[in-house]
Design a protein around this ligand. Structure first.
Ligand code: MEV
Length: 306
């Protein structure tokens, strides 16, 4: 069977979640937990999807439909298999990663030359058709990899060059529902437009500041900005008790800064910490009931594996 395997990385939001949905910039890094999609042509005329770690195959189905119609692909049946070490569990962006990897695998199997920008646009369209909300930052991380300064829909999509990014990542054990939380924030903005818009504007400013600090490896400054960002997220009402306990444990352990990463409500928190503090912080996060996840940031974007 003629087949191709493609992988795409997960992501972590460094600064700027929620505000990015309203036009402010954010900073996102791709992580080396990768999701794999294998597509083969079968000859049986059917499209079969095997996704053992996921109960939701809509993103794969929609990506196949989108790729087939965009590239006018005539196939004799497809077998698609996804493998993911992270599935939907940690909030690493499995929907974006599976959408990007499926489109890229289909393009590769049928010899379509697709540049990164077009892949981003198609994958973002697929995500929006299902989720209806979202800035596309997770799609950008899956396509481009590295660490990106990003605005909604990719109106700004700038790779930033960093030497290192000393993160400790803690999982709360609670799965958060991004779409639901984005809608809650929208409802809050309806009710308190001035207050919420002020938070978004302030978040946008600290993201711009954070970009410079990251590029200069000024970890103390990045940490401080993470703390400020966490205060804004708390004001938006998207933090949780578990996140707060883990964030405060990391801070007490000597982190430069710590915050939730992603929609909030659960999923992961991130702490920025020097090598002399990391072990203490890992233990503190675990003592607070979190699970430390070993991921490396600044990972490579989508790639053909075989
Ligand atoms: C969710 O991981 C991050 C949000 O900013 C939503 C988005 O940007 O699509 C809350």
């Amino acid at each position: 069977m003629n087949k191709v395997t493609v992988s795409a990385p997960g992501k972590l939001m460094l600064l700027g979640e929620h505000a990015v949905v309203y036009g402010q910039p954010c900073l996102v890094t791709a992580v080396d937990q990768r999701l794999f999609v294998e597509i083969g042509e079968t000859g049986d005329g059917k499209v079969t999807i095997k996704a053992p770690e996921s109960t939701d195959t809509r993103f794969v189905e929609e990506a196949i439909g989108c790729g087939v119609s965009t590239w006018k692909i005539k196939h004799q049946g497809l077998r698609i298999k996804t493998t993911s070490p992270f599935s939907g569990k940690y909030g690493f962006g499995s929907s974006a990663a599976v959408t990007v990897a499926t489109l890229a695998a289909l393009a590769s199997l049928f010899h379509q030359e697709v540049d990164k920008r077009s892949l981003f646009e198609l994958a973002y369209q697929v995500i929006l058709s299902i989720q209806t909300v979202g800035s596309g930052f997770d799609v950008a991380a899956a396509v481009y990899g590295g660490t990106l300064f990003f605005t909604k829909g990719g109106t700004t999509l700038a790779p930033i060059s960093i030497n290192d990014l000393p993160l400790v990542v803690g999982y709360t054990g609670v799965k958060s529902n991004t779409v639901e939380i984005v809608k809650q924030v929208a409802a809050k903005r309806e009710k308190y437009p001035e207050k919420v818009d002020r938070i978004f504007e302030a978040t946008g400013k600290l993201v711009i500041d954070g970009k410079k600090a990251l590029e200069a490896s000024d970890w103390e400054r990045v940490g401080k900005l993470m703390d400020f960002n966490q205060e804004y997220l708390r004001d938006l009402g998207v933090s949780s008790e578990k996140l707060e306990v883990m964030i405060s444990a990391a801070k007490t352990g000597g982190a430069w800064g710590a915050k939730l990463s992603g929609a909030g409500g659960g999923d992961c928190m991130i702490a920025l910490a020097g090598s002399d503090k990391r072990e203490v912080i890992r233990k503190a996060i675990e003592a607070a009931g979190g699970q430390v996840i070993d991921v490396r940031p600044n990972a490579e974007g989508v790639r053909v594996e075989t």
